[in-house]
Design a binder for this molecule. Structure first.
Ligand SMILES: [Zn+2]
Length: 352
């Protein structure tokens, strides 16, 4: 009987340790990034969001639909825990940076909470509707200037989307807005969407916004934030770090960022790139293809090639996941897509 009690106590102690380990330090036996999403069992193989990241969720009243954070020097950040935007209050009116589809309609009331100045300027970071598809809320703002890249404007004119108002003023590479004693610097970059992306900088507030670049606390979204240009994406980190800033908006999820967030995402991205490059370039393709052909014959070249791409992906994910799973959230969700994006670059664009 005593033995049974002792065994029972031991089991309780062990199970509470296991529960603690799962909570504080997700450490899956096999890469959880290779689990699927098509069954409850597969979903449960993924790890929970890192507690330190989850703790930074904004407490947002669903009836209000957004939260606001004062960055100082008249810059305010907005978020609904999915998208982020910002605005700058000046003596002559307000400059709004992006109008996300999800809460864009609430931006005028958010602005009205901190100033009675009218909204004078709306800046578009890039073409994507999730970031500017709420601009219809500004349709009746008298004398509103909408500023965007020329290529962004061309695209929006072609789309003629009532949810994305057509810009009234465009530029090619850079533009400085001066309003009510404040300055905003807009600069063209090409790390994300085909029609170009803006860095939006308020020097006085040491505030930088680069949408769909870095998601603070998390790895980037799928395929390195849907980048259509991984070559430029790799350069983007140093381009961001060249600015003097204390507060950063990447456009997504909850936490606003600092230089540390850019640095860790740079380290992650370079690690993915270098690992994929080493594994891909180190593979003996001729021997690998011959081995696959033993099973399926030599004529199904698409399948043989897919087997090779899949092997590089699996081996890269297997090596990278343990290094990153406890440093950034979402590794198990998007790592395979990051490896694929890097693999496309390594195989088709990069030098040996
Ligand atoms: Zn985008």
């Amino acid at each position: 009987m005593r033995k049974l009690v002792l065994l029972f106590m031991l089991a309780v102690a062990l199970s509470s340790q296991v529960a603690f380990a799962q909570e504080s330090q997700p450490n899956p036996k096999q890469p959880s990034a290779l689990a699927g999403t098509d069954s409850p069992e597969a979903l449960r193989e993924h790890v929970p969001v890192l507690p330190a990241v989850r703790a930074k969720y904004w407490d947002i009243d669903p009836a209000v639909g957004y939260g606001m954070k004062d960055f100082g020097n008249c810059v305010y950040a907005l978020s609904d825990n999915g998208w982020q935007s910002a605005f700058l209050v000046t003596d002559a009116g307000v400059i709004v940076f992006d109008a996300p589809a999800s809460y864009g309609k609430h931006i005028p009331e958010a602005v009205a909470k901190v100033t009675n100045k009218p909204i004078k300027v709306l800046v578009y970071s890039h073409i994507h509707k999730d970031h500017i598809g709420g601009s219809a809320a500004f349709k009746n703002s008298p004398g509103l200037q909408i500023i965007a890249l020329d290529t962004v404007s061309d695209f929006l004119k072609e789309m003629n989307d009532p949810n994305r108002l057509i810009p009234t003023e465009t530029f090619k590479t850079s533009k400085t807005i001066k309003l009510g004693g404040k300055t905003v610097e807009l600069t063209r970059h090409n790390y994300h969407s085909n029609e170009g992306d803006l860095f939006i900088y308020v020097p006085e507030a040491k505030f930088l916004m680069a949408v769909d670049s870095v998601t603070s606390g998390y790895v980037p979204f799928q395929d390195f934030d849907l980048s259509t240009n991984f070559h430029q994406y790799l350069k983007m980190f140093d381009e961001i770090l060249a600015y003097k800033f204390d507060n950063f908006i990447g456009g997504h999820l909850t936490d606003t960022g600092t230089r540390k967030d850019i640095e860790i995402t740079k380290e992650y991205t370079n690690d993915v790139y270098q690992t994929v490059k080493r594994i891909h370039n180190g593979l003996n393709e001729r021997a690998f293809d011959a081995e696959i052909a033993k099973t399926i014959g030599p004529d199904n070249e698409f399948l043989i090639f897919k087997a090779l791409l899949d092997k590089v992906t699996r081996d890269s994910v297997g090596e990278l996941e343990p290094r990153w799973i406890n440093r950034l959230a979402g590794v198990d969700v998007w790592l395979p897509s990051h490896v694929r994006a890097a693999l496309i670059y390594v195989r088709w664009d990069d030098k040996e």
